[in-house]
Write a protein that binds this ligand. Structure first.
Ligand code: SAH
Length: 634
């Protein structure tokens, strides 16, 4: 492999060159130099019909509610690859509920990734032990509740339990007895699913037929991936040990911190399953903390596992969203395939250069100054949310009607229904058209609600506009000694101390209002207004789950599950969907190229009509139907 500094690329040396090419290949990262052969309009690309498209399977690790895989699977077909999320793993049950609802065909596993890895190893052993690949057994229809109701089973005498069948498998400690191991979920004869229990493998040795049946049908239905059966693995392993908010960060030995070990688990799963392609996402802190230790570690693990690798820093706003959001992405590809490139921006995003980790500035996926002038303008908050109905701080309904038509191309795109976006993952159960989900704000308590009512509805307003606060020396806030401190009806102060002391009184964020003509900085997992600008421009509440989801580019049909705080977490954790779409497009491109196809540049230009808004227009023209149909509220 040859290494080049730009995009920290480790890539195959083209056979005809016969040796490392040095650094000259990719050091120039201007747009002039990118692969322009890909810069055709999508409509001009010879995308084969669905049935003839090349197909690939995807495993989404640390999937959250599934934003990353959703975007990848939407973007890949635009370059000719039908990518399907076959498996997803996350330990958070609510995130898994969201994923299951939106992708009913995906095998969703609610478990820790480290247990998933052990399970994969055990599953492979079972498949070998029962020789499933050569089994001639007839397919068994597994309809969980069917047999009980047919009354075919004779009643058993009291206190007798007989295994009817096995319905699930896991590795870990489902009965909380503090020993990890392999377990099967047992359906007992004459009992329904509410009596299912987890039993250890050894306890079931008396029922070998049941194990055999389960393993055979599980193999047929690919309930778990086997080595070599996964084409692509994507995922965002959490690294809470690198967050700037974490005071106990271990600078000297980041790997000693349990909170950082998921990068290793992710790579171990990659090494075990050996997919053709890997895409890992993370916060840019992994490239800053301890001199970028964890970023370098991830890159070197891929290379040590004989994967080509390429690292890019992408800004969500550059792909048609009114949100800045900078994240690190790491591609991996086995030596026999083409390493995917990074898609160049389609939009200008507000510049916040200081966020780029200095040691990795050569990894920023960006255009040079001249080329930037040709890009679409940055989007603003209003582009994403100004068509949504007004809601109160107290909003009990999580389903409502839209009330008005979309105002912008982005809104038209986001309001397209599932089949118009080419997303077939929900099968036949498409949600009822015209319903708006999750347009609910986190309800502020009485004190905060009163505070928010005092924040003026104007651009740049925040707690500094409250009575009694003034800006003193060093641009930090202080109480105005000429004004007595104001109190709320509860007796609590109007201006809380934490707002005055946040970032030594220099922050403008506490109780900050967003404004219509702003690009939001980064959607996070919490919705409290105490240390971030999250107030609606002219309603006295925080942004709703749906408004945050729109800033992340989720389509409106994507419904979220769990208590409201969990919904905010799922949305805040997500990879911005249009970024994942653009990466899906580049994966599809690489896939089509098979093995080597000449010199590889690390960047490429997306087709002119790739951006979401243009897709919405194209869909409308194509179908002759208005997007985002308005349905009157009942
Ligand atoms: N890529 C996702 C977001 C991932 S956020 C998206 O685009 O939507 C990271 C996720 O890792 C969280 O949902 C969290 O529940 C999950 N997680 C954290 N530790 C885990 C572990 N040990 N095993 C499995 N999942 C874990």
């Amino acid at each position: 492999m040859a290494y080049s500094v730009a995009y920290s690329t480790f890539a195959n040396v083209p056979p005809e060159n016969g040796g490392p090419t040095g650094s000259e290949t990719t050091s120039d990262i201007s747009c002039d130099n990118v692969d322009s052969s890909m810069e055709k309009a999508i409509a001009d690309l010879p995308v084969p019909p669905d049935a003839q498209m090349e197909t690939a399977t995807l495993l989404d690790l640390y999937s959250g509610c599934g934003a990353m895989s959703t975007g990848l699977c939407q973007g890949a077909p635009l370059s000719g690859l039908k990518l399907t999320t076959k498996w997803a793993v996350d330990m958070n049950e609510y995130a898994c509920d969201s994923l299951k609802h939106n992708h009913p065909r995906t095998h969703v596993r609610t478990e820790k990734a480290e247990n998933f890895l052990k399970l994969l190893q055990e599953w492979d052993k079972l498949c070998k032990e029962y020789d499933v690949r050569n089994s001639t057994c007839l397919p068994r229809i597994s309809n969980d509740d069917e047999d009980d109701e047919n009354g075919v089973n004779e009643p058993l005498s009291e206190g007798t339990f007989e295994v009817e069948k096995l319905v699930d498998i896991c590795y870990g400690d489902p009965n909380k007895i503090e020993t990890d191991g392999l377990w099967f979920k047992v359906r007992w004869k004459t009992y329904d699913s509410s009596h299912d229990t987890w039993e250890p493998l050894d306890g079931l040795r008396d029922s070998p037929e049941c194990i055999k049946d389960f393993v055979e049908s599980g193999y047929r239905e690919s309930i778990l991936p086997l080595p070599g059966h996964v084409d692509v693995i994507c995922g965002g392993p959490p690294c809470q040990g690198v967050s700037g908010l974490n005071r106990n960060r271990n600078h000297k030995d980041p790997l000693a911190d349990e909170k950082n070990k998921q990068i290793l688990v992710f790579m171990q799963i990659v090494n075990y399953l050996r997919p053709k392609y890997v895409l890992m996402e993370n916060v840019v802190d992994i490239l800053k903390f301890a001199d970028g230790f964890l970023g370098r570690y991830a890159l070197s693990l891929l290379v040590a596992m004989r994967y080509q690798a390429r690292l890019g820093i992408m800004v969500a706003g550059c792909y048609g969203l009114p949100q800045f959001r900078m994240r690190a992405f790491l591609w991996g590809a086995v030596p026999s395939v083409v390493l995917p490139k990074f898609p160049l921006p389609t939009h200008v995003a507000t510049k916040r250069g200081q966020h780029v980790p200095t040691k990795f500035s050569q990894c920023l996926v960006a255009c040079d100054e001249t080329e930037s002038k040709l890009l679409d303008k940055a989007l603003f908050l209003k582009d994403a949310i100004d068509d949504l109905p007004e809601v109160e701080n107290h909003q009990p309904k999580d389903v409502m009607a839209y009330k008005s038509r979309p105002n912008t191309d982005l809104q038209r795109y986001i309001r397209l229904n599932r089949k118009d976006t080419g997303d077939n993952s929900l099968g036949d159960s498409t949600p009822k058209e015209g319903q708006l989900f999750d347009h609910q704000p986190l309800e502020l308590n009485k004190d905060d609600y009163q505070r928010v009512q005092h924040i003026p509805q104007k651009k740049g307003a925040n707690f500094r506009d409250l009575k009694g606060v003034r800006v003193g020396k060093n641009k930090s806030v202080e109480f105005d000694p000429n004004i007595p401190r104001q109190y709320l009806s509860s007796g609590k102060p109007l201006v809380p101390d934490y707002a005055m002391t946040f970032v030594k009184g220099r922050s403008l964020k506490p109780f900050g209002r967003l404004w219509w003509d702003e690009t939001v900085s980064t959607v996070v997992t919490r919705a409290e207004p105490h240390n971030q600008a999250i107030l609606h421009p002219n309603q006295n509440r925080v942004l709703t789950v749906r408004e945050n989801a729109r800033l992340q580019g989720f389509p409106d049909y994507y419904r979220l599950f769990g208590p409201i705080k969990q919904k905010y977490i799922q949305v805040g954790n997500a990879v911005a969907v249009p970024v994942a779409q653009a990466l899906g497009y580049s994966l599809g491109q690489a896939y089509q190229q098979g093995e080597f196809s000449g010199e590889q540049h690390p960047l490429f230009k997306l087709p002119g009509n790739f951006v979401p808004a243009a897709q919405a227009t194209a869909t409308r023209l194509h179908q002759g139907s208005p997007a985002g149909e308005v349905v009157e509220e009942e």
